[in-house]
Design a protein around this ligand. Sequence first.
Ligand SMILES: *[C@@H]1O[C@H](CO)[C@@H](O)[C@H](O)[C@H]1NC(C)=O
Ligand SMILES: *[C@@H]1O[C@H](CO)[C@@H](O)[C@H](O)[C@H]1NC(C)=O
Ligand SMILES: *[C@@H]1O[C@H](CO)[C@@H](O)[C@H](O)[C@H]1NC(C)=O
Ligand SMILES: *[C@@H]1O[C@H](CO)[C@@H](O)[C@H](O)[C@H]1NC(C)=O
Ligand SMILES: *[C@@H]1O[C@H](CO)[C@@H](O)[C@H](O)[C@H]1NC(C)=O
Ligand SMILES: *[C@@H]1O[C@H](CO)[C@@H](O)[C@H](O)[C@H]1NC(C)=O
Length: 411
Amino acid sequence: MRIYASIYQALFCALLTALHSGNCRRNHQCLQKYEKTENHILACTDCPQTPLVRNSRSPEHCARKCKKAKKNCRAFNFQRHSQKCHLLPFDRFGTDVQKQSNSNFTLYEKKDYIRECITGSNNYRGRRSWTKSNITCQAWSDNIINEHTFYPDRYPAHDLRENFCRNPNNDPGGPWCYTIDPNVRAEECGIPQCSEEECMKCNGEDYRGRVDHTEGGRECQRWDSVRPHKHHFQPKKYRDKDLKDNYCRNPDNRLRPWCYTMDPKTPWEYCNITVCDSDYTEESIANTSTSCLEGKGTDYRGTTNVTPEGVSCQRWDSQFPHKHSFLPENYKCKDLRENYCRNPDGSEHPWCFTTDPNQRRANCTHIPRCGAEASQETECYEDTGETYQGTLSITRSGIPCANWSQHINRY
Ligand SMILES: *[C@@H]1O[C@H](CO)[C@@H](O)[C@H](O)[C@H]1NC(C)=O
Ligand SMILES: *[C@@H]1O[C@H](CO)[C@@H](O)[C@H](O)[C@H]1NC(C)=O
Ligand SMILES: *[C@@H]1O[C@H](CO)[C@@H](O)[C@H](O)[C@H]1NC(C)=O
Ligand SMILES: *[C@@H]1O[C@H](CO)[C@@H](O)[C@H](O)[C@H]1NC(C)=O
Ligand SMILES: *[C@@H]1O[C@H](CO)[C@@H](O)[C@H](O)[C@H]1NC(C)=O
Ligand SMILES: *[C@@H]1O[C@H](CO)[C@@H](O)[C@H](O)[C@H]1NC(C)=O
């Protein structure tokens, strides 16, 4: 009986530990708290503690070991071919620590140790050591100027190192510290939320910040994982989109940065990211005064406003005859002026809604390509152009010319 009891106890403890290990109950959840850098390692030549080397079949497995090592693991180098895992007791900011390129390894660093913003209230492990009114923090191991009982040894889980801002009592005001000013015992450090740390312009296509939760409060799924949600946005396929870890991004011209979520019932959600308040709109319009087509024509700013068949386009600020969600005010950098053909959603061509109630959208495939326009410029005409022999076959407003051979006897 006793033996069974203790087995149950052990099982129960294991279960508790598993639950307690936050979101690493399942393999696909284990790397959530890490930032990954391919082909790199952290190396320290002079650190007192050396890395623990362990056999490890996967980075996820290694993350479990790192979790078990607690404060003795702030990052790990995963050696892919030999499946070894080097648990690092230091982070990239340590003295003598260097990030080196090494094609045999993938580096995983715990986010809490490398970011200078917060998402929760007590997970900050950064190195800021002054308060919001710029008073230097007192070291946690000191008791000289302001007395206290938050000894580092007594709260090992809270990483009370040096005089860095921390939140060992889960204060709603965020990380704080005792100060070296006898008149100010303790003060908050004013560390920004990650959503405020970096603002976004336009629809956030270039947002490269570290928000990793949705506006509904759900944790984002890593872009390099297909669990819980399958998807085709593999980071390797979309290198220019910087689909890093589980940070909110906008790789496909949605309204705002978004991410897949860890909630199996919610495939994806938008993220709440502060919008920059600079007047970026005019600037970005001024720079892209292209009136010919390059690539998919996302920078096209010309005035073609009819379909290839000659039907007028619907104004973007109108909901008639077609209702739509491409409101100019929601796509500030896409220049949805008048009824001009535009490509606000990463389609293959600039397009527009048409004024024909029976035809919702039309691709403006008749806009000349930029190379073609350049050659047209050299094909200039003299006087009234009677001697023009060029190949331009489109009218000023973009309507394609009809075949002369079919109209030669009319006019
Ligand atoms: C990677 O591993 C291979 C074989 O294990 C070794 O020959 C090579 O030197 C390693 N590369 C680096 C950069 O350490
Ligand atoms: C904070 O104080 C330090 C010196 O104590 C000074 O160098 C720094 O400029 C101050 N920062 C701000 C924002 O006032
Ligand atoms: C989004 O952020 C703004 C400002 O940062 C905040 O006022 C608002 O409540 C947030 N909305 C959600 C849904 O979190
Ligand atoms: C626009 O162009 C000017 C000068 O060419 C440049 O200084 C500015 O940064 C550009 N702005 C944007 C938004 O690209
Ligand atoms: C416009 O082009 C896209 C991509 O080439 C195509 O999928 C779509 O069906 C076209 N739309 C119309 C209305 O022809
Ligand atoms: C114009 O007509 C000629 C002769 O009938 C024909 O060869 C050519 O393909 C036509 N071009 C177009 C764009 O229809």
